[in-house]
Design a protein around this ligand. Structure first.
Ligand SMILES: C[S@@+](CC[C@H](N)C(=O)[O-])C[C@H]1O[C@@H](n2cnc3c(N)ncnc32)[C@H](O)[C@@H]1O
Length: 261
């Protein structure tokens, strides 16, 4: 069976996933409740809902706006793009891993060996705390998406919600390609900008957009797939998109998939 599904199959599966999954991240732990509460408080404010099997949740602490109550939504949408069952024991790189929910989910659900990198120190501290309290073997490292280099090492690179934060997105896509083994896949989710009737090759420079100085570029899907192909990826394509809230006309969030031959 091909590991990459077509658009119609994907749409159908998305509907099923939506009906059957609340995309919540729940960590099994036997850590003392008071110690857990004290540590979670020291990491406030929280940007994502993380629930623990002892009833504690990040929801009960100071929160950031926006607060993501469904952190596994993106990975759940992509799990039918790739034959994850064939990746048991294989290596995954999670770029911009935040507090590690996608990494730990893929470790537990699919038996993958996962490295998560994020350039925010505090996120990696939180991820390593979650790793410790749930006996995970994920590797969480402070790392830059424009620099992290382990050539020919990974079977899957997941690059979610991070590309539009990078001043040098092409450098990061090149590193995804270099870090993948032959036959490995990239799943990329990012903000895109498209006005095909004007020009398919547009980019939107959005530094400071939504009062966020870490925002940089929303490129068109045509540009993104052309860059991937230029770098050497095969079968680079957009798989799905959703409208982007509080946004300007032509702005969407989209997932792409590409393979290293
Ligand atoms: C919008 S969040 C996405 C988190 C997660 N990947 C997801 O999609 O749910 C972007 C993440 O990328 C991280 N990040 C931003 N720039 C980065 C860079 N240059 N290198 C590594 N991580 C970066 C941020 O700290 C943040 O955790």
């Amino acid at each position: 069976m091909s590991s990459i599904l077509n658009y119609a199959q994907q749409t159908l599966i998305n509907m099923v996933v939506k009906m059957n999954n609340d995309f919540k991240f729940v960590l099994e732990t036997d850590i003392d409740k008071d110690v857990l509460i004290k540590t979670l408080r020291s990491f406030e404010p929280w940007g994502h809902l993380v629930e623990f099997t002892n009833g504690v949740s990040t929801d009960q602490f100071k929160k950031r706006t926006p607060f993501n109550s469904h952190p596994l939504r993106k990975i759940s949408r992509s799990r039918h793009l790739i034959d994850f069952a064939s990746l048991r024991g294989k290596k995954m790189l999670d770029i911009g891993c935040n507090v590690g929910y996608n990494s730990m989910h893929c470790e537990r659900q699919f038996g993958m060996n996962v490295t998560g990198i994020d350039f925010a120190n505090k996120n990696i501290e939180r991820a390593n705390f979650f790793k410790k309290v749930s006996n995970s073997n994920c590797e969480f490292l402070i790392g830059n998406a424009e620099e992290f280099s382990r050539p020919n090492n990974y079977d899957l690179v997941v690059h979610f919600g991070t590309l539009y934060h990078l001043p040098n997105p092409i450098k990061s896509i090149q590193l995804c390609f270099d870090n993948l083994r032959s036959g490995g896949n990239l799943i990329l989710e990012t903000q895109i900008f498209e006005k095909p009737d004007v020009d398919p090759n547009l980019c939107y420079y959005m530094h400071g957009f939504n009062n966020d100085v870490t925002n940089f570029w929303a490129v068109s899907p045509t540009v993104l797939t052309r860059v991937m192909t230029f770098i050497g990826f095969i079968e680079a394509k957009e798989i799905q998109r959703v409208p982007h809230k509080n946004s300007i006309e032509g702005m969407f969030r989209a997932q792409f998939i590409a393979k290293k031959a």
